[in-house]
Design a protein around this ligand. Structure first.
Ligand SMILES: CCN(CC)CCN(C[C@]12C[C@](c3ccc(C(F)(F)F)cc3)(C1)C2)C(=O)Cn1c(SCc2ccc(F)cc2)nc(=O)c2c1C=CC2
Length: 402
């Protein structure tokens, strides 16, 4: 039965053996600092405190700008449609794992932000991964913010809207919204600059996790009850992967090229446009392309094929009946007919598509991170061996594009 009602049951729980916790981390008071949502295996809690899926209304405003629809109208629609959804994770729950956890850095798509892929991130955490879902400050997110210290004049001026909690009354939320292409601006120049910044932000998030893992005391300017010292020695730093959707898929490839600490990458419906051709021969790690049936086109697929290699494992599958939005959480949050109308759902059941995506991803990560779990039970999916999968692509490649 599709999720017709607006209920917290919308986004599916992880299917793995671990309960899932989540907490937010913001490194400092600048737009250059790392900002991510962490999903991790946690202690079972009787009454989990589920955080809101969209943390505050400013994100809905950003989404409206991104989709070029009126803010006040959309604020009511989004709040009505999505306002009550909860994330399938327990906010700030105590970390618990009886073995070192492999690490995934997740990169969101154009116009998205860090909370919108919780079905994927919570599944990975339930299977024993520590996942940092980065919020990019390259102006590709619908909205993001950083907390900056008030200037002397702002301190003096009592009327400036201060953040709610008194503890932060010297701080101001500085919001950054999606940057539209300016008239006459070259799109490749913008997107190539952004994908490089996005890769650096993934690498910075990984560096912060490594500091936290080593026990170095790390500042989190977001006050929460989560005790970051419990993550000391929790991570298996030989087992690190990058995963991303669309623009985030291009970010995965750029990050693998820049930092060999990423042992492999999974690109979900990657948008290859922002990438320089010259980086393709420089990427040495295995890459798994998991594509939707409707989003891809010959030019985009032919750029993925430039990464084909006889010596490095590069795999591609396509999930039948899926659309671009089959990967973010929206695919679970409306009834069938609204979902199909808004292209948030494809023909295939959203849960079946998400299970195939997650299982294929887990099998690929086990193979290339050398995990000792049972994810190899899904190895056949990596080669598209399933009625709902196509090996490679459904897109017919133009002779010239091959
Ligand atoms: C407006 C015209 N134009 C903007 C440049 C295209 C807008 N667009 C199609 C959209 C996103 C859409 C969307 C969202 C959310 C609802 C909602 F109603 F559910 F909220 C509905 C409808 C509107 C489907 C895309 O950009 C597709 N896309 C995406 S969508 C990532 C995303 C964004 C917001 C989310 F909430 C969830 C996921 N990530 C990429 O990296 C790339 C592309 C294209 C190339 C690279």
């Amino acid at each position: 039965m599709g999720n017709t009602g607006s209920n917290h049951r919308g986004i599916p729980q992880g299917k793995g053996p671990n309960a899932v916790g989540c907490t937010d981390f913001m490194m400092d008071h600048t737009a250059q600092g790392s900002f991510f949502r962490l999903y991790y295996p946690c202690q079972e809690t009787a009454k989990p405190d589920r955080p809101d899926w969209v943390p505050c209304v400013a994100y809905f405003n950003g989404l409206a700008d991104f989709m070029k629809i009126n803010r006040s109208l959309s604020e009511r629609i989004f709040n009505y449609l999505f306002g009550s959804f909860k994330i399938p994770a327990s906010l700030d729950a105590p970390f618990k794992s009886n073995e070192k956890c492999p690490v995934v850095i997740f990169s969101h798509g154009l116009g998205a932000f860090r909370t919108l892929y919780s079905a994927i991130c919570a599944e990975l955490a339930s299977q024993g991964f520590i996942v940092a879902s980065v919020e990019h400050r390259d102006e590709s997110a619908s909205a993001t913010y950083y907390l900056r210290e008030k200037t002397e004049s702002e301190k003096a001026d009592k009327t400036v809207s201060i953040t709610s909690t008194s503890a932060q009354d010297t701080l101001i939320e500085e919001w950054m919204y999606y940057r539209n292409l300016q008239h006459g601006e070259n799109e490749f120049t913008l997107r190539n600059k952004q994908v490089k910044q996005r890769a650096d932000e993934c690498i910075l998030a990984l560096d912060k996790l490594m500091e936290i893992n080593s026990g170095i005391p790390v500042q989190n300017v977001l006050k929460s009850k989560f005790d970051w010292t419990t993550l000391e020695n929790s991570m298996d730093l030989c087992r690190i992967a990058a995963v991303g959707h669309s623009f985030g898929g291009a970010t995965v490839i750029e990050a693998l090229c820049k930092d060999v600490k990423f042992k492999c990458g999974v690109a979900l419906d990657a948008w290859m446009f922002p990438l320089d051709d010259e980086i393709f021969p420089r990427v040495k790690q295995p890459i798994f392309f998991i594509n939707s049936e409707k989003f891809q086109w010959a030019g985009n697929i032919s750029r993925m094929k430039k990464l084909d290699s006889a010596v490095i494992q590069r795999k591609m599958i396509t999930i039948r009946g899926t659309v671009h939005q089959s990967f973010p959480d929206f695919t679970f949050l409306t009834g069938n007919w609204i979902g199909k109308l808004m292209k948030l759902k494809g023909e295939i059941d959203s849960q079946i598509a998400m299970d195939l995506c997650n299982q294929a991803t887990l099998a690929f990560l086990q193979r290339h991170l050398g995990l000792h779990k049972n994810f190899d039970q899904w190895d056949a999916l990596i080669d598209g061996q399933d009625p709902n999968l196509i090996q490679g692509t459904n897109v017919t490649l133009l002779q010239s594009a091959i």
